[in-house]
Design a protein around this ligand. Structure first.
Ligand SMILES: [Zn+2]
Length: 247
């Protein structure tokens, strides 16, 4: 039989009967979009346990998107969200629907949203490099607050935008993204992917979903964090980035 497949998430070799495909992003974000949006969707091998583990996360994230969606292209996602919310909470304690059917009062569960972005970061990493992202070796930070994107954050976004081509899963309207090692002072005229070193200090990823919600994911090597512990950790990462982009 074919080569042994590893799970993108836990890294274990998957038994044949437990082999599943995880879509990055989850299929529920394609609701209402026709076949031309589903060309070359990214999938990664996943064990049954990891796949099932993320099902509630996928649904909650879809519901968050459905509640905040402004584009008419995402109406079908919003309709699915209403049904999902009503099924989970028929008495509408945790949300409300106005006379126009608009959802309000839904609270965004930060943990769920973070988990969703971390999962997709791991999936894209596996898809791009053919290697499991080592969660024991790196700490992952997720920044989703676009209203509070600081100058260093904007610097990282500029790094990704200026030096690399944005990639897509399915279609740019569903997920467009960029995931690269973060290296200060480099040039990259070809805009091709960088090849990660074994001990890459920082990876940065930008993910834009159905043009409604975006996240910046930053993975920092734990030993690198320890190395720079004489200062407040986060500032040590951010300060050189800030200096680089403000020069
Ligand atoms: Zn797994």
């Amino acid at each position: 039989m074919g080569s042994k497949q590893k799970c993108y998430n836990c890294g274990k070799i998957i038994k044949e009967k437990e082999l599943t495909k995880e879509h990055i992003p989850a299929k529920n974000l394609f609701e209402g979009y026709n076949e031309k949006y589903k060309i070359q969707r990214i999938t990664v091998s996943a064990c049954l346990k990891c796949n099932q583990q993320y099902s509630p996360t996928d649904e909650d994230f879809r519901n968050m998107i459905g509640a905040i969606a402004k584009r008419k292209e995402n109406n079908a996602i919003t309709n699915k969200t209403k049904r999902s919310l009503l099924r989970k909470d028929p008495t509408r304690n945790t949300f409300s629907l106005d006379s126009l059917g608009k959802i309000s009062g839904i609270t965004l569960n930060e943990i769920t949203v973070e988990e969703y972005h971390k999962k997709n970061f791991k999936g894209i990493f596996f898809n791009q490099y053919g290697e499991i992202f080592n969660e024991k070796k790196y700490s992952i930070y997720v920044n989703i607050d676009e209203n509070d994107w600081s100058l260093p954050t904007l610097g990282i976004l500029g790094f990704l935008k200026d030096l690399f081509n944005r990639k897509v899963s399915g279609h740019e309207d569903i997920l467009n993204y960029s995931l690269q090692p973060f290296r200060l002072g480099i040039e990259n005229p070809s805009k091709n992917d960088l090849i990660p070193s074994i001990n890459e200090n920082i990876y940065v990823g930008y993910f834009d979903y159905v043009k409604e919600h975006a996240a910046l994911v930053i993975a920092v090597r734990k030993n690198y964090l320890r190395m720079i512990k004489w200062k407040k950790r986060w500032q040590c990462i951010i300060t050189p980035i800030f200096k680089y982009f403000s020069k």
